[in-house]
Design a protein around this ligand. Sequence first.
Ligand code: ADP
Ligand code: ADP
Ligand code: ZN
Length: 214
Amino acid sequence: MKIIMLGAPGAGKGTQAKMIAEQYKIPHISTGDIFRANIKEGTELGKEAKTYMDKGLLVPDELTVKILLDRVAKEDCKNGYVLDGFPRTIPQAEVLDKALTELGDKIDYAINVDVPDENIINRMSGRRACLSCGATYHIEHIPPKKEGVCDTCGSELVLRDDDKPETVKNRLNVYHEQTQPLIDFYTAKNVLKTVDGTVDMKDVFAAITEILDK
Ligand code: ADP
Ligand code: ADP
Ligand code: ZN
């Protein structure tokens, strides 16, 4: 099963993608996590990506597409995957579509996690991220068991640089301009499913499994 998560920054794509990955035993692939891991390790890719990410801009398609295609070519992806944060532009979607078509394959579901802009600033300012294992929490809605510490791996939780309100506004503009058109792209392919992302994370997940289990 090949799944794409769509939605604004902070809509809960990562939270849901992790649950999907666990339940359906497919890898969770987050381009944002890959970039952050590279920043942490100080690679050339990380250095380049950071200049865009810090401004709330997208990393150029050429760079992002290469990383994603390398990742999905790995052995663990042969039974499917859940993509979180890719594609984010029409050209990215077209490259993925072409690569899959060449393999006689396709995306099965594009799940649009729908959350209005008004809720997003709160989601982002309360988000705390583990840069070691990629887990995310929310100080009010989804708190870790121990404040500031990742439940999964015990690392320190941080407020991401790009989750500060000024950058979030840019990211929302970028989302509306460059990513939202993907809703029409996947509607035209008959794979778009929209779920209400404003409800409790368990209820969002229930709506998603209902779609995937049909
Ligand atoms: P969020 O989950 O909050 O939307 P991500 O972790 O997906 O954030 O992305 C963080 C940043 O990484 C983005 O603002 C962008 O700069 C970069 N990024 C991640 N995925 C992509 C992509 N597919 N194309 C371009 N840039 C990306
Ligand atoms: P995205 O990957 O789309 O950027 P995340 O999954 O990281 O979004 O979620 C953004 C923030 O909102 C995180 O702090 C997360 O813990 C929180 N969150 C996720 N889902 C919900 C939900 N259904 N209700 C309230 N908060 C949520
Ligand atoms: Zn962790």
